[in-house]
Design a protein around this ligand. Structure first.
Ligand code: HEC
Ligand code: HEC
Length: 418
């Protein structure tokens, strides 16, 4: 058996201290700023955002394929709880094959702008999009409201939260397939259209209440940062390679210019010039096009269906500054749980994290679509060992999944597992 001499013990302690204090202050600050994930910001534009009965109803709707025109696509078809609420596909497949990758919705309540191009400014308005999108669920608000009204469990839950449901049983007054842009919709009275839309919006508000519960779980990275915060930094939580990887991420590799804060996203928009999936398709309009769509949407946070149209959250959209550099810009994705959300980028262009890192390292294949494209990225020229460290770090951002009860249709609504 070996005995540690006092001298060598002192030397070991000194060495430990040196390694603990070796973390440069900016790196330490960066770590502290990225963890823990707080509760989502309040959303006054949805008065039931944190209402437990609305959460239950929203969860039931999320898993219910009957909101789609074919009655076989639900939100959970693409936002699969078993795949970190993504689908593992390059581009989404609903009623038809889409053009963009399905993002995880763990932590989505932290985003200021929803969709890759920011065309929604609240989660409730976001949720209404896929229901009436022909690529996704192909539904119509009149039919969706009629389905809820005629399904006892849903109707009961709905009236408990929102008071009452309109009587939409008369198909002459409320024709099948009626949604804006259809002749059936135009044939309805303005009052009937408003009644249907009000209930439709309330379905979105319930879905938001559920989505606000889908927080990214605590990860090794969070446990490591907690040890730093408690002045008891323990690198064994992360492993030496991931600690080196984080130092690069927050330092020389410059990742935190965009991937910072608790979501590891600035929540804003950039054009990295990722080569398009289909070179023949028209280029993505990104934030430029998304902002025009948001301004035109009746479901804006400062629009007629908001519960707080005058709030600062609501006014943000009107105050946003949009310039030519936003054309083609995509919202920075969260890196939380990114190990579980392959393939990557807005159209699943990269199959693995290592391909993503190779891109940042060389910028090979980068496409400069217009003269305003951002020029912030420069080839990193990292070694293979450094790239491996970076990847090891990024993988420590995976957290525990949400509680089991949130990953299945709620009981008592008669909705079966997808
Ligand atoms: C056919 C697959 C599919 C279905 C069905 C679907 N989604 Fe999505 N979802 C996507 C894709 C793809 C995107 C990204 C679209 C974009 O940004 O243009 C997305 C984006 C989102 C976002 C925004 C995430 C973010 O970070 O901006 C949320 C939230 C979301 N979906 C929730 C829902 C809800 C709620 C439903 C059901 C009402 C639903 N989705 C149905 C594929 C789907
Ligand atoms: C200029 C801002 C910016 C910088 C700097 C940046 N990123 Fe990104 N990152 C983005 C944007 C924007 C996307 C989405 C691009 C797209 O889909 O077209 C993205 C996508 C990713 C993805 C794919 C996520 C997914 O779910 O598809 C990973 C992983 C990633 N970045 C990691 C990194 C790492 C590691 C670094 C540092 C080497 C880095 N990023 C530097 C803005 C940035």
């Amino acid at each position: 058996m070996k005995y540690t001499t006092t001298a060598s013990l002192a030397a070991t302690l000194l060495a430990m201290q040196a390694s603990a204090s070796a973390m440069p202050p900016p790196i330490k600050r960066a770590a502290l700023s990225a963890s823990p994930v707080p509760q989502p910001p309040e959303n006054p534009t949805n008065r039931v955002a944190d209402d437990p009965a609305a959460q239950q109803l929203g969860q039931a709707l999320f898993f219910d394929p009957n909101l789609s025109s074919t009655r076989d696509v639900s939100c959970a078809t693409c936002h699969d709880p078993a795949r970190a609420f993504g689908d593992g596909k390059a581009v989404a497949e609903g009623l038809q094959t889409g053009t963009v990758n399905t993002p995880t919705i763990l932590g989505t309540a932290h985003h200021r702008w929803l969709f890759l191009d920011g065309r929604a400014d609240t989660l409730w308005s976001q949720a209404l999009g896929p229901i009436e999108n022909d690529l996704e669920m192909g539904g119509a608000r009149t039919d969706v409201v009629r389905y809820v009204a005629s399904t006892p469990h849903l109707a009961r839950a709905f009236t408990e939260v929102f008071g009452s449901l309109p009587d939409v049983s008369d198909e002459a007054r409320f024709p099948e397939g009626a949604r804006p842009g259809t002749p059936q919709w135009d044939a309805m009275t303005e009052q009937d259209r408003a009644a249907v839309t009000r209930s439709f919006v309330n379905l979105g508000k319930s879905i938001e209440a559920y989505e606000r519960l889908l927080q990214p779980g605590e990860s090794d990275f969070d446990r490591w940062v907690a040890s730093i915060r408690n002045e008891a930094r323990d690198d064994s939580i992360l492993g030496e390679a991931a600690v080196r990887g984080f130092t690069l991420f927050a330092g020389d590799a410059g990742c935190m210019r965009c991937h910072f804060g608790p979501m590891l996203s600035d929540l804003e928009f950039h054009d990295l010039g990722i080569p398009p999936r289909d070179p023949a398709a028209p280029p993505m309009q990104g934030r430029g096009g998304g902002y025009s769509k948001l301004r035109a949407s009746e479901f804006r946070a400062d629009g007629p269906w908001s519960d707080a149209a005058e709030s600062s959250k609501a006014r943000r959209a009107a105050a946003a500054r949009i310039g030519p550099e936003h054309w083609g810009a995509i919202r920075t994705p969260t890196l939380r749980n990114v190990a579980h959300t392959a393939p990557y980028m807005h159209a699943g262009q990269f199959a693995t994290l290592s391909e993503v890192l190779q891109f940042y390292n060389t910028l090979d294949g980068q496409v400069r679509r217009h003269s305003h494209a951002e020029a912030v990225l420069v080839p990193l020229n990292l070694s293979d060992a450094q790239l491996a460290d970076l990847e090891t770090f990024v993988r420590t951002l995976s957290g525990d999944p949400p509680a089991d009860a949130l990953r299945h249709p709620p009981e008592g609504f008669g909705i079966s597992e997808p």
